[in-house]
Write a protein that binds this ligand. Structure first.
Ligand code: FAD
Ligand code: N01
Length: 542
């Protein structure tokens, strides 16, 4: 399979009408179903894939694992679940996270309301009937009072339109829809395009198998070591003895995971002290590196101290100085999503790995036997596209969504996404997005963010039902004010200063807008809670 596509599987049963249709059966859609069922709503979930898990169903490339620690990258809505489930490693590998999703589906009997292998192609709001009509590639129609898009922020794979891509005669894979049976690269010549998180995780393992690996790098990325390891049973016991405490500490942190954040400026300490702090963070591993000092994402000079430290590490690890230089980013660290690696830089010391720069001179074309860049041909048997996703808006805009007056979401978002709280869209009544653009989403541990959205939406629907309302719609003024706030906040951070997928820069033609809300999880939750407490202020209820 070279594209994410469903087989028009088991969704074709005749007309169905439910209270709530949910699109997507990743962690968001699964919990949405469970939560709404608990309040007595009828729910139907439509999922393109053949099983639950979303991200963890599709991204089966070698080395795929989470970069938020598993004890935190997991649901907290059920204490029995978090007590029962045993994570094996600090960062669980993809197969284990998928098993976890499947366990949750079984434990809460979710599958009976999910139609797999069913891709939603269109949805339109019928203003007279006050219902959504949902179309799928499985045929049949589904109508629902409310429509919840749990379609994921990183779920629409980005395949660049390289000239000649279809000419390639070998095997071609995208990390975002990896064959479930796995891929054996033993003895093969492999080309990987991309050096983002998916590439950083998979390259060391592909290199171990391949006869030769060419990595085509457009922009180098910063990576910090994972220091992944089996979990110590004593640590697990300690966490489980006060799981609620850990969860509360995590929810109080801007990225919604618990870690040690040092509020001091990187510029107010001596060079020795700064080095000591960075060494300690490097030794600890993981995303907590960016918490070494309080101003790393606010002040360019402070940021440069961390960036220089990591570049120094790259020079220490990579033996060939020219290769080390090519692997060293010169931009703000943490501006693009920081990668968390296991042996990534050291992989370039292998004699069977070659790094090719395609930044200054882009790939000319893919050929039957490899690719051509700067007039030179590179030959390989297998091509791996680690080229990421049309993030945050891609999955939503690939569906033809029409709201009030037949207005299409593609048109409304022509200049970039506009939402109220990343939860709702003016002109699209009764439609909710889980971790939509304008919410903290990808800047946080996604599981708490998903749970917070699911619970807010479920409470809102109960509120609607209790008051006999059947329409809720974000008001344009509230949406405008929120979009302004999201933009103003983004401007305060160095994160908005580079060409990342956060701003849509990885997809040609995509409007340049900083899409997630950077104000942090606690501030955002306060805002959502205040909106609800004030009778859903900023929404029109009817
Ligand atoms: P998804 O898991 O993306 O699920 C969305 C589902 O919707 C998919 O199954 C998709 O098939 C379905 N869908 C989309 N469109 C349609 C349609 N039109 N019709 C039918 N179905 C549709 N986040 C973290 O916080 N920590 C991590 O460590 C982390 N690691 C990650 C690693 C990888 C490789 C990737 C790609 C992302 C990672 N993320 C991580 C982000 C991750 O996406 C979220 O943590 C989380 O899994 C998202 O869950 P979701 O249910 O919102 O979306
Ligand atoms: O995608 P990416 P990803 N020619 O967009 C390159 C999460 N995640 O799948 O940087 C040549 O980061 C592109 O180059 P450039 C995490 O949130 C987490 O790796 O745009 N190259 C880049 O190098 C992450 O951020 C984990 O210049 C082209 C690469 O392809 C997000 O998902 C693991 C190109 C794409 O990198 C996305 O990560 C995996 C072209 N035309 C994913 N087009 C964890 O570790 C693109 N590229 C938990």
């Amino acid at each position: 399979m070279t594209e994410r596509q469903s087989n028009g599987g088991n969704g074709a049963a005749g007309p169905v009408d439910v209270d709530v249709a949910v699109v997507g059966a990743g962690f968001a859609g699964m919990y949405m179903l469970h939560r709404l069922r608990g309040f007595g709503f009828s729910v139907r979930v439509l999922e393109a894939g053949g099983g639950v898990g979303g991200t963890w169903y599709w991204n089966r490339y070698p080395g795929a694992r989470c970069d938020v620690e598993s004890m935190q990258y997991s649901y907290q809505f059920s204490d029995a679940l978090q007590q029962d489930w045993e994570w094996s490693e600090r960062y669980a590998p993809q197969p284990e996270i998928l098993r976890y999703a499947e366990h949750v589906a079984d434990r809460f009997d979710l599958r009976r309301d999910i139609r797999f292998e069913t891709t939603v192609t269109a949805a339109r709001f019928d203003e007279d009937g006050r219902r959504w009509t949902v179309e799928t590639d499985a045929g049949g129609t589904l109508t629902a009072r409310y429509l919840v898009m749990a379609t994921g922020c990183l779920s629409a794979p980005n395949t660049p339109t390289f000239k000649g891509l279809d000419d390639f005669a070998g095997r071609r894979f995208h990390t975002g829809y990896w064959p479930p049976a796995g891929v054996d690269f033993t003895g093969r010549r492999v080309g990987v395009i991309g050096t983002g998180s998916s590439a950083v995780q998979s390259i060391p393992l592909i290199a171990e198998q391949a006869a030769h690996l060419h990595v085509f790098q457009r922009t180098p990325n910063y990576a910090v070591p994972a220091h992944n390891a089996p979990l110590d049973p004593e640590d697990v016991r300690r966490v489980k003895a006060d799981y609620a405490g850990l969860r509360a500490r995590a929810r109080a942190m801007p990225p919604a995971f618990d870690y040690v954040f040092n509020p001091r400026s990187a510029l107010e300490v001596s060079d020795d002290e700064r080095r000591r702090v960075y060494e300690a963070r490097w030794a600890d591993g993981g995303l907590g590196f960016m918490g070494a000092f309080g101003d790393l994402l606010l002040d360019e000079a402070a940021n440069e101290t961390a960036a220089a430290f990591v570049r120094g590490k790259i020079r220490e690890i990579v033996r060939d100085p020219a290769v080390a230089q090519r692997l060293s980013p010169d931009n703000v660290i943490g501006c693009k999503r920081l990668c968390v690696d296991t042996g990534y830089y050291a992989t370039y010391n292998r004699s069977n790995v070659t790094l090719v720069d395609v930044g200054e001179t882009p790939i000319d074309r893919i050929t039957a036997t490899g690719l051509a860049v700067a007039g030179r041909a590179y030959e390989f048997d297998d091509l791996v596209l680690a080229t990421g996703f049309d993030a945050m808006t891609g999955a939503l805009l690939r569906i033809d969504i029409a709201g009030r007056g037949g207005r299409r979401l593609q048109d409304k978002w022509h200049g970039g996404p506009r939402t109220y709280l990343g939860l709702a869209i003016a002109g699209f009544p009764n439609l909710f997005t889980i971790t939509g653009p304008g919410s903290p989403s990808v800047l946080t541990n996604m599981l708490p963010s998903i749970e917070q959205h699911v619970e807010w939406i479920a409470d809102c629907l109960v509120h609607q039902r209790d008051r006999g309302h059947d329409v809720i719609e974000a008001e344009t003024a509230a949406e405008d004010a929120w979009v302004q706030h999201v933009n103003d906040t983004a401007d305060l951070s160095l994160r908005s200063t580079c060409s990342s997928w956060y701003v849509g820069a990885n997809v040609p033609g995509k409007p340049r807008v900083f899409m997630p809300y950077i104000g942090g999880f606690p501030t955002y939750v306060d805002k959502c809670d205040t909106v609800a407490a004030n009778g859903y202020e900023g929404f029109a209820l009817a």
